[in-house]
Design a protein around this ligand. Structure first.
Ligand SMILES: Nc1ncnc2c1ncn2[C@@H]1O[C@H](COP(=O)(O)OP(=O)(O)O)[C@@H](O)[C@H]1O
Ligand SMILES: [Mg+2]
Length: 128
């Protein structure tokens, strides 16, 4: 095949020319977003599998879909030996800022941000 025309572009995290066989997962994610937008509770989705099965590429699609619907997204590589709680609190706080600039924070957002801040302080073994 002419290498100039070969659609295959394999590599970790590279977007494939066609995302094959992921219709069900993408539909589940759409349903999850829509339920949350309507105020319903829904279980979160976790994508697991061996290296190379397509986790990164699928998460990229999920991110694009969420951002297209005005959700703030957070990308973060969890490390085995780093404290989880303060990190996630900091990321969620940053996502809040992404949604609404601080100057325009309404009371409810301010309350959420201060709770997240105290969460970080409480759980950070090195202090605030
Ligand atoms: N649904 C899919 N259809 C076609 N190619 C895919 C699909 N999912 C992933 N790939 C390809 O497989 C390779 C590995 O995908 P990647 O998301 O990096 O896997 P993982 O994160 O699970 O290790 C990439 O080259 C990607 O383009
Ligand atoms: Mg990956």
């Amino acid at each position: 095949m002419d290498p100039r025309k070969n659609p295959c572009a394999s590599g970790a995290g590279t977007k494939p020319p066609a995302l094959v066989g992921r219709g069900k997962q993408i539909e589940s994610f759409d349903i999850l977003l829509e339920r949350l937008e309507n105020g319903y509770v829904e279980q979160s989705m976790i994508v697991t599998g061996l290296r190379g099965v397509g986790k990164t590429v699928l998460l990229d699609v999920f991110r694009e879909k969420a951002e297209a619907r005005d959700w703030a997204t957070v990308e973060w590589e969890v490390e085995k030996n780093a404290a989880f709680a303060p990190k996630i609190a900091a990321h969620v706080r940053r996502a809040l800022l992404q949604i609404a600039p601080k100057a325009r924070w309404a009371d409810r957002v301010l309350r959420a941000a201060s709770i997240l801040k105290s969460f970080t302080v409480t759980f950070n073994p090195d202090g605030p």
